[in-house]
Design a binder for this molecule. Structure first.
Ligand code: SAH
Ligand code: DHB
Ligand code: MG
Length: 222
């Protein structure tokens, strides 16, 4: 079965390239213990986010969708001590677990975790004059078009915007889908297609988290 092989290959790659990591493993264990859905990025994907943020030299990172903070910890580790990761989470329960994981990982001072619907929190960040070098969109897929719009408003020229889960086992192809996640993802691609300021591609992925993919692009001058 394909999924078995994808998971075994992921385990092999992670075994070779990602050293054992107590804080990250403890975060995943706490997430499962607290009953959070197992939809954190995979370890290999988390490291990709970390590497991308390092490549950009990101000091100010925005994450939409914290869950238990697993991806947040990866992004915080890529951020210098005087940098900041703002992460937005709708669920107070998820946010509480994330706070504990982030503190236990020693990243509490870099992470600004805000609780509420992202569409309420993003205008606040704009009023504060926040500008980001790296944006990771990984919340409710139904709003992905709006999140891409916000990412472009809050990101500097040259920033990188990554959007998770844009393939969903191929369901992105279903133009007749009534699933809000698929509708939202397809709307995001409509905007991306029309929006010259986001110079993007998308990559399908298989691995421990099945068949999915992410979109990634650089923010260009208007
Ligand atoms: N980035 C995380 C996974 C996020 S899962 C990781 O890889 O570790 C998606 C999260 O988005 C969930 O915790 C969910 O509660 C949150 N979410 C859903 N709708 C939201 C909204 N409208 N605003 C902010 N967060 C939302
Ligand atoms: C789901 C959400 C995610 O962010 C993810 O990476 C995988 C699955 C979900 O809502 O099912
Ligand atoms: Mg995701």
């Amino acid at each position: 079965m394909a999924q078995d092989e994808w998971s075994q290959v992921d385990a092999y790659l992670v075994g070779k390239l990602l050293p054992e990591d107590e804080a990250l493993e403890a975060a995943l264990a706490r997430n499962r213990q607290e009953g959070l859905p197992p939809i954190d990025v995979s370890p290999a994907q988390g490291k990709l986010l970390y590497l991308l943020a390092r490549l950009v030299g990101a000091r100010n990172v925005l994450e939409i969708g914290t869950l238990g903070g697993y991806s947040t910890i990866w992004l915080a580790r890529a951020t210098p001590t005087d940098g900041r990761v703002v992460t937005l989470e709708f669920s107070p329960d998820h946010a509480q677990v994330a706070r504990e994981n982030i503190a236990a990982a020693g990243e509490g001072s870099k992470v600004d975790l805000r609780v509420g619907p992202a569409l309420d929190l993003l205008p606040v960040l704009e009023k504060e004059g926040a500008v980001f070098d790296f944006v990771f969109v990984d919340a409710d897929k139904a709003n992905n078009q709006l999140y891409l719009g916000w990412a472009l408003r809050l990101a500097r020229v040259g920033a990188v915007v990554v959007i998770d889960n844009v393939v969903r086992g191929g369901r992105v192809l279903d133009a007749a889908s009534a699933d809000p996640d698929i509708v939202g993802t397809r709307r995001m691609f409509e905007l991306a297609s029309a929006e010259k300021r986001w110079n993007a591609t998308a990559i399908q992925t298989v691995g421990a988290k099945g068949w999915d993919g992410f979109a990634i692009g650089i923010v260009e001058k208007a």
